[in-house]
Design a protein around this ligand. Sequence first.
Ligand code: AHG
Ligand code: MN
Ligand code: MN
Length: 281
Amino acid sequence: MQEIFQAIKRSAAKIAEAIHQEERGYSHKKNSSGEQQLKLDILSDEIIENELGAVSSVKVLASEEKSEPMLINGGGRYLIGYDPLDGSSLVDVNLSVGSIFGIYEESFDAPNLIAAAYVVYGPRVEMVISTVKAERFLLSDGEFSFVEELSLGEKGKINAPGGTQKEWFAHHKELIDSLFKEGYRLRYSGGMVPDLHQILVKKGGLFSYPGTQDRPKGKLRKVFEVFPFAHVFEKAGGYAIDDRGERILSQRVNNVHETTPCFFGSKYEIETVKRFYERTK
Ligand code: AHG
Ligand code: MN
Ligand code: MN
């Protein structure tokens, strides 16, 4: 699997470069924002497809930017689901964005996820890889160097509530309000990569993207976004559950673009989520 991580690292360095170049192009043509954003999503997808597509152990690539998974190598062992540039609409306001990767065997069902990785493009470029543990790396002089192992405490101080409040169900609003009443601080950028990275690095808290009245299955995609982060959280000693209180990593998929409500956090916050969601059963 090392050759996959090497390819991801090369992709990350190239995407970081592209973000900087496209950003310059973007400020040049301030009024044609939509197309530029789309270009950056597609460019990131191409970079990853070229890098991972050349790795002989890769069997299938499924990208958030493509409607169907792509067969790379019939004899390969791994299926990779990825979001090339998560939060790309945040590039024009210069907030952090990311790339997310899930490495699967046999199928894109979560129990077949064997490793995950994500890259944060912020003031610094960082990468987290989860295999048997979750490890943080920093890009410097073209190389990723090890920073630390990520490990969550039992309880944090951060509350990152996703989704549109107007559409929240009453029990979800009560959950979020109760955490704020306990003293939790709002930390939400609108990019799941930096929002979840913050909780991992600060050793606890809650990120939620619930099912809502207009979107009962939530917004975030299982294969490209939710499963990989669930892997990272569990390997860091945290938890990832759905709105039934079930482990995200026990979920299956029929279609790679399916979404699920999701909650990521440390022990105390996830127990709190279960308590508030219990009532809906
Ligand atoms: P993408 O840019 O890949 O479409 O996904 C962005 C995601 C995620 O990063 C974030 O948590 C969520 O969308 C925010 O969405 P809303 O602002 O629509 O709630
Ligand atoms: Mn995304
Ligand atoms: Mn995306």
